[in-house]
Structure formats: C-alpha cells, structure tokens
Design a protein around this ligand. Structure first.
Ligand code: F6R
Length: 262
C-alpha cells in the first residue's frame, strides 16, 4: 500500500485526478470503478475540467459504480445514480450504455448482483477503482464483519453509516435506506489499481486501522493491505492517528524518477 499524505484534500484530489486522467489517456477504453459520497466530488470536478479544457476523452471509458441504496429510484435525489449524473456523468462524454450502477429497484436482487459481477468480468475487470472510506472502516458499503472474499450482494448498513449519511437526507436518519447493493470486498480487490481517498479528522481512526492495523473483517478497508497496487491519498487531518507518517513522507519524497508518475 502506498500512502501519500498531502497538505489538504484539494491537493490529494488533484493527484488522484492526474492518475485517473493518465489511465484514461494510456488506455482510452479503461474500466473505471467509481464511488459516491462527499470525498470524490472534487476529483470528479477536476476530471470534468480536464474534459472541458484539456480534451480528456471519456468516449470509450466504461464505468461500474460501487453501490446503491435499495428502494431509491434513479430519479430520487439521494440515489447514487442521481448523484453520479449530477456530479460527473452529465458533464463528460461517457456514453450512457457504458455506465453501470447497481439497480436499487431490481426485483430480483441476488440475480441482479450475479449479473453485475458477470458484466464486470465481461468488461475485462476494473482497471482503476476509486474508493472512499467510511468512519467505521467500510469500503463500498461493506460494513465491519463483511467477508473479505465477498462479491456484489445486499448489505444492511450499520447505525454509524446511517448517522454519517443522514447529512445527504436533510439530516433525517429515518430516511436513510437500511439496505444497499454493494460490490463485495473480493470484487474491489480484483481491480488492477485501487485509489482510496480520505479526508478530515473524522476518518483518522479508520485510516490508521486500515493502514497500520491488522487485516481484519472488522475493518473492511484493511483488506487493501493485501492488494498489489493500492494508493491511499489522505490529507493531514486524516493522517492524525498514523504512527509511521514520517516514513510515508520520506518514501514519497525519495521516489525514484521512474516511479514518480505511476
Ligand atoms: C460510496 C461508498 C462509501 C463512501 C464512504 C465515505 O459509493 O462506497 O464507501 O466512500 O461512505 O463517504 P464520504 O465520502 O461521504 O465520507
């Protein structure tokens, strides 16, 4: 796991955006795994700017979103489908048919989840997966005790995640759906490259357990310790509970020239 501590969330988002842009320029039909939530919003803004001002072309890109609330229609403002259109898809040139988001209204949820897995396989797997992290250590909506080998399936949110996400539902916890469809940890781990972003002191505990704690299903993000190419971009506040920060900075400052842009 490569840990990159930046002075603020903006510089972390800029570095992550450069990485995504490079992946798309190198492989125009890249398969991107995408996340929602507050964390990746600036990353998406920067990619939109690159599309508008630097000709970054998404016309062959294919995307798979991590998760969606069960029971919300794509037209519901709190759905992740709506979020993705508003924050990214409506502003870049990804063809609609290349966009995949779990269907929170699927009548047959297990059937939908196996098809989603199959679609990812048929696309050749995810090249680059963007992730945030929950304050309880979740990735996607894989809550603590999720199997580290899990695939796309239904999950029930913890009270902590419901509380955290109520801010997207006008602060009304009772409106946050309890059930979700999420890629599994095994699904996420199959991505060739993983880029996780985490900002703010509220994430410091989860970040320290993810990076420096034992690999454990109680901290789903700790599975990334086993990934061959996971990059974690965090701001100073989110790095507040790490022990080894000096070493991460030391490594970053001394990267061999050939390693600098990968
Ligand atoms: C969203 C997702 C979640 C979020 C996490 C952090 O698609 O998969 O794991 O990344 O809940 O959310 P924010 O960024 O709102 O703090």
């Amino acid at each position: 796991m490569e840990v990159i501590i930046t002075k603020d969330s903006s510089s972390a988002s800029a570095k992550a955006a450069d990485l995504v842009a490079k992946a798309v320029r190198t492989k125009p039909d890249s398969v991107l795994g995408l996340a929602t939530g507050g964390t990746p919003v600036e990353l998406y803004k920067r990619l939109i700017n690159m599309h508008k001002n630097e000709g970054l072309d998404f016309s062959k890109v294919r995307t798979f979103n991590l998760d969606e609330y069960i029971g919300l229609k794509p037209t519901d403002k709190q759905s992740y489908n709506f979020f993705m259109r508003e924050n990214f898809f409506d502003h870049v040139n990804i063809p609609r048919e290349n966009i995949n988001i779990p269907d929170g209204m699927a009548a047959d949820i297990p059937g939908f989840c196996s098809e989603y897995e199959e679609k990812i396989r048929r696309a050749g797997g995810i090249d680059l997966q963007i992730l945030g992290i929950g304050s309880d250590g979740h990735i996607g909506f894989n809550e603590p005790t999720s199997s580290l080998a899990s695939r796309t399936r239904i999950k029930t949110l913890t009270q902590k995640t419901v509380d955290d996400n109520a801010r997207f539902f006008n602060g009304d916890k009772s409106l946050v759906p309890l059930h979700v469809i999420t890629m599994g940890i095994g699904t996420i781990m199959d991505a060739k490259t993983i880029v996780l972003l985490a900002f703010g002191a509220n994430k410091a505990e989860a970040v320290s357990k993810m990076i420096e704690g034992p690999v454990a299903s109680m901290v789903p993000a700790s599975a990334l310790q086993l990934h061959p190419r996971a990059k974690v971009f965090i701001d100073r506040a989110a790095s507040g509970k790490l022990v080894n920060t000096g070493y991460y900075d030391w490594v970053f400052e001394r990267k061999p020239e050939w390693q600098k842009d990968i």
